[in-house]
Structure formats: structure tokens, C-alpha cells
Design a protein around this ligand. Structure first.
Ligand code: NDP
Length: 308
């Protein structure tokens, strides 16, 4: 029995080291070293090239090395009869909490404006917002959305979340799927933390922006596919939105000629909100491998039907 690692950048060493530390008895292979493909029973991956899972007759589990699983579903040849898993990790959550809090404070205290005025040696005090006066809405109120929501709420923001089903989180108003309009109407800062699925692709579009309060601010830390790029540009040009912070893009790295680069009202970060750390994540991968071997229920499974 062996655990197959597949990474698009072929950077295996930190993962091999961390997995060996988590459980030295697990045999680890990569597509390059897997001599006997029938020995592979589980694979963990980050953005495996399409078709990577073909030819492993005893593959039972495919795990994402990160929280997102859209990269798995991008592969039309993803086996239907395997169990899918993903990462749920405290470090991943706390990194996301810190990142989104930073972006919210950066926005309400006008720091990007002052950075750009500095280029022109301009001294121009501008009215800032106070934390308790700002309402933040989190689209996708799941593991990361709730973690971020709690941090924002503890900082003093007014927070609400939107998800398929209503959640019970103290101090935060939770809206369910059919209450989207009500949720959007009060989101002065909108944070997208949805998984990318058929239902959520392109959700950040003109129709949605129209339902936000005037001069709302958008933070997208989920996936580039959630955003209709031209609709964001139009909403910024019309003044409907006051700005955006984008960490994720349709094409990454963001192409050099993309319109977003030259906008002062868009803050671009290179998909760094929260990154899986092999040392932190390896123990849960090793645990799921052992559970699979013993026929036990796996942790952090993903629904093939829902796509998340
Ligand atoms: P979860 O699966 O825990 O949460 C997803 C949430 O979205 C759930 O609350 C779910 O509702 C809700 N949801 C899904 N589809 C819909 C829909 N159609 N309508 C309404 N609500 C919906 O995911 P995580 O919180 O762990 O991760 C979220 C995403 O964050 C990842 O998929 C990934 O793309 C992104 N991410 C980005 C990173 C970065 O560095 N930029 C790092 C890590 C993750 P319900 O619970 O009711 O089903």
C-alpha cells in the first residue's frame, strides 16, 4: 500500500519530510517514483494535471492538500467511485483570519489612499470609519468564513454570514441561501469565502453589486472564478463600489496586461491569504490514510455531488 503525492510544481520535499515525521511507516511515492501503480490506495494532491489519477486500479481516496477542492473537480477524468477529502486546519484558518482583518482595517482607515497620495507628496486628511460602525458580510459562512467572522466580530465589526443553511454563531447574523438580497443590503464590506462550484461561479457580478450599499468594498479571497472581472471594473467606474482587494484570479499569475494592475482602487495580492503548511497539514493526511486502511470513516470529506 502506498500514498501518492502529486503537486503541479513538483515541490515534494517539504511534504515528504512532514509526512514521514507524521507516520514513518507510510510508503510515499510520486508519479515519477510509483513503479507499482496497483500499490497506490490513496493520493493527495495540489492541482494535479488532468488525467493524473488514471491507471491506479486500487485508488480509494483522493485528498486535496489545501482547503479548496475546485482543482480536483476541474479534471473530467476524476474517478467517481473514490472518497474525496480536503484540509481543515487551524493554521490555515488563523492565517485567513489575520489576512481578512488586515484588509478590512486597511480599507476603513484609507491606507491605500495615503500610499498613493504619498507618491504626489500630498498631505490630505480624509474621514475614516470606526470599526463598530462598519457592517461586514461574509459570502460562504463555512469553516474559514466562520473563523474570519468571529475575528471580525471580536474586533468590534458588525458581522453577518451567508451560506446554504443557517448557522448558529454567537454575535453574528446568519442568512441562508434564499436570503441573499437581505444579506447583501447591509454588507458595506463584502468578503467572498465561497467554494468555487457550478452554483457559485461568477456570483460576484453586476446584479450582485447592485444589491450592496453604495460605495461598498469587495474582498475576494476565495477563487478568481467567482468574479466577473469586467463587472468589477464597471462597478468601480460607476462608483457603485469604492474599491476591491483581490487575492485570487481567473489566471494565476495575473497576466501582465490585465486591466486590474493599473487600478489604484484595486489591491492585488498573489494568492497569499492563507497557504497550506506541510508540517501543519501532514498529520491529518496520515491519519486519514490509517483510517482508510482500517476501513474507518475519513475526516474532512467532500461531497462529489455538491462540489465542496
Ligand atoms: P467550507 O466548505 O467549509 O465552507 C463553504 C461555505 O460556503 C459553506 O458555509 C457553504 O454552505 C457555503 N456555500 C457553498 N455553496 C453555496 C451556495 N451555492 N450558496 C450559499 N452558500 C454556499 O469551505 P472553507 O471555508 O474551508 O473554504 C472556502 C474557500 O476558501 C475554499 O473553497 C477555497 O476556494 C478558499 N480558500 C482560499 C485561500 C486563499 O489563500 N486565498 C486559502 C484557503 C481557502 P453550507 O455550510 O450551508 O453548505
Amino acid at each position: 500500500m502506498a500514498l501518492l503525492l502529486i503537486r503541479n510544481n513538483k515541490d515534494y520535499q517539504p511534504w515528504i519530510k512532514a509526512l514521514q515525521k507524521a507516520d514513518p511507516e507510510i510508503e510515499l511515492v510520486t508519479p515519477e517514483t510509483a513503479k507499482d501503480k496497483s500499490a497506490v490506495t490513496m493520493a493527495v494532491t495540489w492541482k494535479a494535471p488532468n488525467g493524473s489519477f488514471e491507471g491506479y486500479p486500487n485508488l480509494k481516496v483522493i485528498g486535496s492538500m489545501g482547503a479548496g477542492v475546485d482543482h480536483l473537480f476541474n479534471d473530467p477524468s476524476l474517478p467517481k467511485d473514490v472518497t474525496l477529502t480536503r484540509v481543515v486546519d487551524e493554521e490555515l484558518a488563523s492565517d485567513m483570519q489575520e489576512f481578512v482583518l488586515t484588509l478590512c482595517l486597511n480599507h476603513i482607515k484609507n491606507l491605500p489612499l495615503y500610499r498613493s497620495l504619498q507618491d504626489q507628496s500630498q498631505w490630505k486628511p480624509t474621514q475614516y470609519k470606526r470599526v463598530p460602525d462598519v457592517q461586514i458580510g461574509i459570502l460562504g459562512f463555512g469553516t474559514l468564513g466562520q473563523a474570519v467572522g468571529k475575528t471580525l466580530q471580536q474586533t468590534g465589526f458588525q458581522v453577518s454570514g451567508w451560506s446554504h443553511s443557517r448557522k448558529d454563531v454567537e454575535g453574528i447574523t446568519s442568512y441562508k441561501h434564499d436570503e441573499l438580497d437581505e444579506f447583501l443590503a447591509q454588507a458595506e464590506i463584502l468578503v467572498c469565502l465561497l467554494p468555487l462550484t457550478e452554483d457559485t461561479e461568477g456570483i460576484l457580478n453586476t446584479a450582485l453589486f447592485e444589491k450592496l450599499p453604495k460605495r461598498a468594498y469587495l474582498i475576494n479571497v476565495a477563487r478568481g472564478g467567482h468574479l466577473v472581472d469586467e463587472d468589477l471594473i464597471a462597478a468601480l467606474d460607476s462608483g457603485k463600489l469604492s474599491g476591491a482587494a483581490l487575492d485570487v484570479f481567473h489566471t494565476e499569475p495575473l497576466p501582465e496586461d490585465h486591466k486590474f494592475w493599473n487600478r489604484k482602487d484595486i489591491l492585488i495580492t498573489p494568492h497569499v491569504a492563507s497557504m497550506s503548511n506541510a508540517a501543519s497539514v501532514a498529520p491529518q493526511i496520515a491519519e486519514n490514510y490509517r483510517r482508510m486502511e482500517k476501513g474507518e470513516e475519513l475526516k474532512n470529506t467532500v461531497s462529489q455531488d455538491k462540489g465542496y
